[in-house]
Write a protein that binds this ligand. Sequence first.
Ligand SMILES: Nc1ncnc2c1ncn2[C@@H]1O[C@H](COP(=O)(O)OP(=O)(O)O)[C@@H](O)[C@H]1O
Ligand SMILES: [Mg+2]
Length: 331
Amino acid sequence: MSSEAAALGILEWQPDGDRATPSAGLRDLLGTTGGTLAAVLDRVHPDERAAVREAFAAAAGGGRLDLEARLATADERFVHWSGEACGGRVVAVCRDITARVRADRAARRALHARDEVLAIVSHDLRSPLSIVSMASDAIRDTGGEGWSEELGMIKRAVSRMNRLILDLLDVTRMESGRVSFRMGAADPAALAGEAVEAFRQQAERRSLALELTLAPSLPAIRADRDRVVQALSNLLDNAIKFTDSGSVRLVVDEVGGAVRFAVADTGPGIDGAQLPHLFERFWRSEPGRRAGSGLGLAIVKGIVDAHGGRVAVDSAPGRGATFTVTLPAAN
Ligand SMILES: Nc1ncnc2c1ncn2[C@@H]1O[C@H](COP(=O)(O)OP(=O)(O)O)[C@@H](O)[C@H]1O
Ligand SMILES: [Mg+2]
């Protein structure tokens, strides 16, 4: 890669008497004037220093020097050492390979993300698809008599698939910064009301009280209205899904020039060890127990981050869970 071409240096090391002489390029690359091999190794990351020292010792004994190492810089830089003994000295070429290592890592992350998406698509879309196919067969076989149950199944399965596909697209796009947010002034009370009303039936079916509490006067927020409703919906969906009895409440108030939306439930709560992972995509504490793909909270975080807001969770086993989203007020 062209950006690496300039970052190259040569080290001459005389094992006998331990004299290490860096070229000007290497002095720039490593930020040391050398002197002894230890002075050069000081610029290598502590975790990799021993390996580099051994490799130089092996080269002095006639082996080939060929290894990559991380430097002791705060910005994670990497070099590649190559060389061999020549007339009582080791002559080593040191090349900055940071750009390549970073590109490799990004490529690996992208591959990993793609694999995860493919795994979800192939696994989680299979069951609603098979429902659609079975129910359609049933309709065909009855020749039209009593369709309503099968049609209901098809509708629910198709909407699950739609939700999953939209969520997969959202997380993938948010991660690569490809979602555009249409920001404008929005009324937090109206957003909250809309989100809660959409869950009225679902809460009733599970015999849960669903309450909305609004502070008397709330400042407008700068927001993509639909995206904030989506974030609140994901939180309400979880609260209702994981709570078997009691209530789900959305409380909206103002804190220090921002608007805070708190979704609190009386469900099983979340173990402290799991809290740091909640917002990772595909993360679920007990996969398979309740329907879901583990994308909801990752999307919440993506939306809140794009608004310059904060998301937090407060929970303990047996004490329910409270998720708060805080968004800056407009102006
Ligand atoms: N209100 C809640 N009560 C208990 N656990 C929750 C709650 N909300 C989220 N979780 C945990 O966080 C996980 C991730 O949530 P989410 O990203 O929405 O994925 P999903 O709902 O598809 O499982 C859930 O699987 C569950 O383990
Ligand atoms: Mg969810």
